[in-house]
Design a binder for this molecule. Structure first.
Ligand code: ZN
Length: 305
């Protein structure tokens, strides 16, 4: 699943490619991907063709005025006072094709026997056609992702947006804030704590493992048992590791690609994530893994205490 660095990278790619462009038309090929208004998650799954038609009708002729990220959500602002919220969930992709570019190919990692497919393909669920011939494809193998059209005034009513903790690069994310959150969850493992969306926005399985390695804390430690120096290290490592991820354009694990279809290179930097059985680059000890709350977490038993 894409985490903050992947979503931030895609956001930066969208700013360079679709910002300022005008939508000529939109083709919704899978209506259940679309929802309208500040709906709840259960509403999204309704297979409602009229929602898809409304989505296509409203978007026609609208200009892309801006693209922002909140946690793992994109907020695309359109002329006329509308926003599109996009969540990639497990396997969603946003791939851009420039005017006159020859048909683009993209890899679907998790498809049975992982293939290179030419866009649009059977996992392409929405296509944005821009007036100058550029296109944006929304592909999603697992179909958990969604696009939601809201009026600008409705953004504050979108439940998912209310549930996210502070952005790790913002002034709201302070040591006092994190220490306060830690006090409310003393019995939780630090791995599970880090991936809670309410603690800090955008941290998932990959980056929590790397953050714990950076902070030299083992994933199964209880939040309440952390020493002050370890809490401080975690606070510092959260933005440090996420920024490092953004600088390397994210980790191409699963179906994540940048908007131009290229891979992120942070996977080469990973120190522990998915490396159980390999040797720690720092100390040469074999990296171990532990299961916590249904997630596998990898760590170095020597570098991390
Ligand atoms: Zn080590």
């Amino acid at each position: 699943m894409p985490e903050l660095p992947e979503v931030e990278t895609i956001k930066n790619g969208l700013l360079k490619t679709i910002k300022g462009r005008t939508i000529k038309s939109v083709e919704v090929r899978l209506p259940k991907i679309i929802s309208i208004g500040p709906a709840t998650v259960s509403n999204i799954r309704k297979n409602n063709k009229s929602k898809a038609r409304l989505f296509e009708d409203v978007l026609r002729g609208k200009k892309i005025e801006g693209i922002k990220r909140r946690a793992k959500m994109f907020i695309i602002s359109l002329s006329g006072g509308y926003d599109i919220l996009i969540h990639l969930k497990m396997t969603g992709q946003l791939i851009y094709s420039a005017p006159k570019e020859k048909p683009k190919t993209v890899k679907m990692f998790n498809a049975a026997n992982s293939r290179i497919l030419t866009l649009p393909h059977k996992y392409t669920h929405v296509i944005f056609y821009f007036t100058d011939g550029a296109r944006l494809y929304f592909n999603d193998l697992r179909q958990f992702g969604y696009l939601r059209l809201v009026k600008r005034g409705e953004l504050s009513e979108v439940r998912e947006l209310q549930q996210y903790g502070p952005e790790p690069f913002s002034k709201d994310f302070t040591m006092d804030y994190l220490a306060g959150k830690m006090k409310t969850r003393p019995r939780l493992s630090v791995k599970q704590f880090l991936v809670e969306p309410k603690v800090v926005a955008g941290v998932g399985n990959i980056y929590s493992d790397e953050i714990l390695y950076c902070a030299k804390v083992q994933p199964d430690r209880k939040v309440g048992g952390l020493k002050p120096a370890e809490k401080k290290a975690l606070f510092q490592c959260i933005p440090r590791i996420l920024k490092e991820g953004v600088a390397h354009h994210g980790s191409s694990v699963g179906d994540y690609f940048q908007v131009d279809g290229s891979e992120g290179t942070y996977g080469r930097i990973h120190r522990v994530y998915a490396k159980a059985g390999q040797l720690c680059r720092e100390c040469g000890t074999m990296i171990k893994s532990v299961k916590l709350g249904g997630r596998t977490s990898s760590y170095c038993p020597v570098c991390q205490k």
